[in-house]
Design a binder for this molecule. Structure first.
Ligand code: ATP
Length: 488
């Protein structure tokens, strides 16, 4: 990351804390590594992103329904899903600093350095070699690659490394009060399995016909090895996942459909398409026959925000084997090649999986801007503005009586009462108007309305647009519909 990008990233982190978006967890005890809490504006923004996703899945698709499964699941779930045996990353420890790293992260950081110094081809070759070795699980080869690249620990500065080993990322805990009888259970590392084990419950009760999807949002937990990545990589985070069940053989068609549909969802928020790119996986997970990441250009480079995975029938088949309960669907549609119904089969699955916290960081990264403004008198001023898309902004409208007297607050409160059943408003009487505007810019409120003495005479107010800072005089009765229009 260049110094400039690093400064911008650090500025976003400070801003997020100062303006009540994100706090380090249990900060009075010095925080907990890679765990964060969301503040008043952060929790609103996060909820709005979640709702925007949820609506796009369950409201805009009549063949997708939602569920809300428990975080704890029967331990065999994770045996069947492959997580007990396979959910691990190759790690390496530096013997001098005792710091542990993910091998792919060290090599990726090296590739970033090469790219920054103008050696883009070398960076690509390095990543291709890394992918090949990871796919072959060739740990000796990976360690050799680290040696060849002269990778050292950023703390000790040495290359005194242990061998590479696999570490499982699942957190375990005990269910039951007596230690001897207690079962080891896991905090779910993904929400998807809650969908798979409920596949038939949902299909039958909601009378779904293939192709159909099941959507879910919720917490997931991974014992990640992390370094200074803020909410990009957390130990407790939230996922928004959708499993789309399809007829075997049609999965690539749906994979391409969702690849396209999901990118459209991102750009529908007004985030520029050129900030995104697809990254096809070379090393496929044990369950996938195709997979790609949707990457966004964060201040620290292009990184994954969402995964699209063609998961075959791996999960349902495996749950059928372990549970001894059939996970089949009866397809009454006629197969034109045989003239008979397709009959019973285990559906194939295309998954879309996005991290809510990562999407939140994406929105902050897109929105944050330090701006110098030239005023009418020729002097200049600075402002930090969060250009958060209006649809997901924490507050939609700030209602600001110019003075705390002369009946202005009463008019303002009437407007507040009219608008607050429809969208989130913010009301404030204190401080000079310029200062109040700046505070709303800093939390990303798209509109501010000022009530002044003229309002009393002709019922008009000043509405100020956050991004352009343009102000216009409109009638009070138009405010609600102006804001609602911006939210659709
Ligand atoms: P990465 O390669 O970054 O570790 P992954 O490929 O393991 O991610 P998936 O298992 O595909 O991620 O999870 C789907 C989505 O969940 C990711 O695209 C990401 O947005 C989010 N996610 C995964 N791990 C974390 C984490 N530790 N913190 C925050 N979000 C995460």
């Amino acid at each position: 990351m260049s110094i400039q990008q690093d400064n911008r990233f650090q500025a976003i982190i400070s801003h997020a804390k100062e303006y009540g978006f994100v706090f380090p967890s249990s900060e009075i005890y010095d925080g907990l590594s890679a765990v964060y809490d969301y503040g008043p504006y952060g929790s609103e923004l996060k909820k709005n992103i979640r709702d925007y996703w949820w609506r796009s899945m369950t409201q805009m698709h009549d063949n997708i329904v939602g569920i809300d499964a428990a975080i704890f699941m029967h331990p065999t779930t994770w045996k069947a899903s492959g997580h007990v045996d396979n959910f691990s990353d190759p790690m390496i420890d530096n013997k001098d600093s005792k710091k542990r790293y993910r091998v792919d992260h060290l090599l990726e950081a090296k590739a970033d350095q090469l790219r920054e110094s103008g050696q883009a081809n070398e960076a690509d070759t390095l990543l291709a070699e890394m992918d090949r070795l990871l796919a072959a699980e060739d740990f000796t080869g990976l360690k050799q690659l680290m040696n060849d690249q002269k990778i050292v620990c950023s703390v000790s500065g040495t290359a005194n490394w242990t061998d590479i080993r696999q570490f499982n990322l699942m957190f375990s805990t005990q269910l039951g009060s007596v230690a001897e009888d207690a079962d080891t259970i896991y905090l779910r590392p993904e929400t998807a399995q809650g969908i798979f084990v409920n596949f038939l419950n949902v299909q039958k009760t909601a009378r779904m016909k293939i192709p159909f999807g099941i959507a879910q949002t919720g917490k997931a937990f991974r014992n990640e090895i992390v370094a200074r990545q803020f909410i990009f990589r957390m130990r407790e985070f939230e996922q928004m996942e959708m499993q789309f069940f399809v007829r075997p053989g049609t999965q690539m068609e749906w994979y391409n459909y969702w690849k396209d549909a999901r990118l459209k969802w991102h750009t529908s928020l007004g985030i520029p398409a050129e900030k995104y790119r697809y990254h096809d996986h070379v090393k496929l997970a044990h369950y996938a026959d195709a997979a790609l990441d949707i990457e966004y250009e964060f201040p620290f480079g292009f990184k994954e925000v969402e995964g699209i995975h063609s998961r075959t029938d791996f999960d349902l088949k495996s749950h059928q084997e372990y549970s001894k309960k059939k996970q089949q669907y009866f397809d009454a549609d006629v197969d034109p090649s045989t003239g008979k119904p397709y009959g019973n089969y285990i559906p194939y699955v295309v998954e879309t999986s996005i991290g809510l916290d990562r999407m939140f960081l994406l929105v902050l990264s897109h929105a944050y801007e330090e701006e110098t403004i030239t005023k009418e008198d020729g002097t200049s001023d600075n402002r930090v503005v969060m250009r958060i898309p209006a649809k997901i902004a924490p507050n939609k409208l700030a209602i600001l009586p110019l003075m705390k007297k002369d009946g202005l607050p009463e008019i303002a409160k009437q407007l507040l009462d009219e608008c607050k059943p429809h969208f989130k408003c913010f009301y404030e009487e204190k401080d000079a108007i310029g200062k109040r505007y700046r505070r709303q810019d800093a939390i990303g409120t798209p509109f501010c309305v000022t009530i002044d003495h003229q309002t009393k005479e002709d019922g008009t107010v000043t509405i100020r647009h956050r991004d352009s800072m343009k102000q216009e005089r409109v009638h009070l009765s138009e405010i609600k519909s102006m804001v609602l229009t911006a939210l659709t």
